[in-house]
Design a protein around this ligand. Structure first.
Ligand code: MRU
Length: 340
């Protein structure tokens, strides 16, 4: 397969490498995840993460495996394991479902996996161009979690929109929610914005409402892990809080997602499965350098990794295929898009 290179994933001479997102921002460690067991473990541990990127990574993992193992049954079995490695981001199922019919044709499967990587880069660029029109000179933008080059094969979804506006010369400032419990905002979005040189301020998740009231935030852009046909969408836990706060303060609220994040089987947000994660992530902090616990070791914990934001709170959904306003989403515009 040809060599591929993105911010968080590399294919070099048929070996697949991941930038360990649990080690960021202080360590930039590349892990060899050519072995599919290593890839599955990395997806579960969020060493590779973000809805589009886990789809791309799983596809390339299956493609690498198909270079050594050509038995269609073995390939199908691995495909199904990869497909189940995380439940909420539908891009994972979307990518594997493109490859499942090719398990008896390894070379076509490998070409399709490379096409998925390259397509994700194009989708990011298209969302960037579309969404950047919504950003005005001098905007102060709030974002949640990480939706940049660490979450996709390209420039990102919501962060890609911000990057595109900034690269076009618009002055802007980003408020970055730290995003408890796993701190994708503090560790990853802050790191990416620093790399790009985009001005930002890191805040705790519970500070956004006050900043909105003070007029310090003008707009919200964030990503999505699964969008239902009525426009309800799942994203990192805390997104719903941000949406309610933006609605109360009459601020535009824009989720950004490629068509590969649309779930054509989900009529509304109630059909979206929500990943539940371990108690230790809430009782303290689990990092590659070790764990720190500040709650009683036996404290009962509830740790849903995502929440669902209802379409009523969405100003418009930015996709690679256009920008759809709340009323259009509610009228069912997404049902008219084709899944491929
Ligand atoms: O648990 P994660 O870090 O994989 O969650 C990621 C998010 O919630 C992102 O906001 C989402 O994938 C959309 S950005 C491409």
């Amino acid at each position: 397969m040809k060599n591929l290179n993105s911010r968080a994933l590399k294919l070099e001479h048929d070996r697949l490498f991941l930038l360990d997102q649990q080690a960021l921002p202080h360590g930039e460690l590349w892990l060899d995840a050519t072995d599919p067991a290593a890839m599955i473990a990395a997806i579960k541990a969020l060493k590779v993460r973000g809805a589009p990127l886990i789809g791309v990574a799983a596809a390339l993992s299956l493609a690498c495996f198909s270079q050594k193992q050509t038995d269609p049954a073995a390939l199908r079995s691995l495909a199904l394991q990869l497909r189940q490695s995380r439940p909420t981001a539908v891009n994972l199922m979307w990518a594997i479902d493109r490859l499942l019919p090719l398990c008896a044709e390894p070379e076509r499967l490998q070409a399709e996996a490379v096409a998925i990587f390259e397509e994700d880069q194009r989708l990011c660029a298209q969302m960037g161009e579309m969404g950047a029109e919504l950003i005005a000179e001098g905007d102060h933008i709030l974002t949640h979690c990480n939706s940049g080059g660490l979450a996709t094969a390209g420039i990102g979804t919501a962060l890609g929109v911000i990057y595109t506006a900034w690269a076009a010369g618009k002055k802007l400032h980003v408020y970055v929610d730290e995003t408890r419990p796993l701190l994708q905002g503090a560790r990853l979005t802050a790191w990416e914005l620093s790399k790009w040189g985009i001005p930002y301020t890191l805040i705790c998740d519970n500070m956004a409402a006050m900043l909105m009231r003070q007029g310090a935030i003008h707009k919200v852009f964030l990503g999505a892990d699964r969008v239902a046909l009525n426009g309800d969408f799942a994203n990192k836990i805390g997104t719903y809080n941000v949406a309610v706060n933006a609605f109360y303060h009459h601020l535009p609220f824009y989720p950004v997602a490629p068509y590969s994040t649309l779930d054509f089987q989900a009529a509304d947000g109630s059909a979206i499965p929500i990943e539940q994660r371990g108690a230790e992530e809430v009782r303290g902090l689990v990092q590659h350098t070790g764990a720190l616990s500040w709650a009683p070791h036996e404290a009962p914990v509830y740790n849903p990794a995502f929440d669902v934001t209802p379409v009523e709170l969405v100003t418009a959904l930015v996709t690679d295929r256009g920008i759809f306003k709340r009323e259009e989403l509610q009228a069912g515009v997404l049902k008219q898009l084709s899944p491929g």
